[in-house]
Design a protein around this ligand. Structure first.
Ligand SMILES: [Fe+2]
Length: 399
């Protein structure tokens, strides 16, 4: 994210001596992307950021996946994954259940009430969408507040932890990339400023407001990282608490962006799907559908035309309002629809005609479109509504 911020105590000149009031040196760390040829930040630590005293295996929850074969559109009911009070002892990091995944991105869901361990994802950036509830996200860059509708964007290898707030469950939809997740390039000037036609701007991005330090010894950090065999976990133990940064500056840091600050682009006739885009990663995009005035040509059909997104699987997470095109399909709050490449999709029967003359859609959804096929994770398989594929035809296979 090429938008400069500075927080806390940093020296006037980079790469020079920086000391505390007693004359002790702080340790400068350059955290940079793409071989230090892209965005970076400089962080000033009280302790050596490289000091560890132990390293052991963290067994990740089931990361296996099953191909979408035979090919079908699918409906996954994520709210079924955490029944009863099970969320109270679940945390946002270790409690994630894998819903869908491929070599580029993993989509997980969790309902949490417990504080997570310290964590960093060394496989890529994460965007965690908060479906409901409140949280504080403590990071080496400082604290972020997150609430319903927030995307929490956490750069690769940022040590952080999730602290649910209040007594309501924190529902989170985690988009884990094997790459970086950024605003779409077409929204940015050649120097990285968000342009006038972008549906959001820098004022809508909220970084940490103050630095955060903590005391502790032999502190565990759960690290998700890459191997040639896929994503694995390691617990690294630090002699002192990793939250020891007195100041930082640069263009690489975690931030939040509320879906409610996304300004929809509308028109007389149906606008193309890319107008809903909010972020992009390698081989996938993130779009969102927000409450909006809909198509106002006198002959307009406001729901989408039937479409074949031939290079993509489309994964829609329904997180608010009432999604007009899916009425009658069983889809509701907390549902995911999987519309795979190789099969056209569009509104449920009757929705096409019903939408004529409608002026406003009250709908909220987060969509991830991938350019390589997604496979079903154990969480996805566990909450599938097997009737969805037949809802356009009104019946399934003849018995
Ligand atoms: Fe679609």
């Amino acid at each position: 994210m090429a938008y400069y911020r500075s927080l806390g105590d940093v020296p006037a000149k980079r790469h020079t001596q920086h000391r505390d009031g007693s004359g002790n040196l702080y340790y400068e760390e350059l955290m940079g992307e793409e071989g230090f040829s892209s965005d970076s930040s400089l962080l000033y630590h009280r302790n050596l950021p490289s000091a560890i005293v132990d390293s052991r295996v963290w067994e990740l929850p089931d990361q296996s996946t099953t191909p979408n074969h035979p090919l079908q559109p699918r409906h996954l009911k994520l709210h079924d994954l955490f029944p009863g009070e099970s969320w109270k002892d679940t945390d946002v990091v270790t409690g994630r259940r894998l819903v869908l995944g491929n070599a580029d991105v993993r989509l997980s869901y969790v309902v949490a009430g417990a504080v997570s361990p310290l964590y960093r994802n060394a496989t890529g950036d994460e965007v965690v969408y908060v479906e409901s509830g409140d949280a504080v996200v403590e990071t080496v860059f400082g604290s972020l507040k997150a609430t319903e509708g927030d995307y929490v964007v956490i750069p690769m290898a940022t040590t952080h932890r999730w602290l649910p707030q209040g007594d309501k469950p924190l529902r989170a939809y985690a988009i884990e990339a094997n790459s970086h997740i950024t605003p779409p390039k077409r929204y940015l000037s050649r120097y990285g400023q968000l342009l006038e036609h972008a549906p959001y701007c820098e004022r809508d991005l909220h970084g940490p407001s103050e630095t955060l330090t903590a005391e502790g010894t032999d502190v565990e950090v759960f690290v998700k990282h890459r191997t040639s065999r896929g994503v694995v976990g390691t617990v690294m133990v630090y002699p002192e608490h990793p939250f020891d940064v007195v100041g930082w500056d640069g263009c690489l840091y975690p931030y939040t962006f509320s879906i409610h600050d996304f300004e929809p682009i509308t028109g007389r006739v149906h606008q193309p799907p890319p107008v809903h885009q909010v972020f992009e990663g390698h081989n996938f995009v993130v779009c969102n559908f927000v409450p909006r005035k809909v198509d106002y040509h006198p002959q307009a059909i406001p729901v989408p035309y039937y479409h074949s997104n031939v290079d993509s699987d489309e994964i829609m997470f329904y997180c608010g309002g009432d999604y007009e095109a899916r009425k009658g399909s069983g889809i509701g709050q907390g549902s995911i629809s999987v519309h795979p490449g190789g099969h056209a999709h569009g509104p449920q029967p009757g929705a096409y005609e019903r939408s004529i003359g409608v002026e406003f859609f009250d709908e909220l959804a987060v969509m991830v479109d991938t350019f390589r096929p997604l496979e079903l994770g154990e969480g996805g398989l566990a909450c599938e509504d097997h009737n969805y594929a037949w809802t356009w035809a009104g019946r399934g296979p003849k018995q």
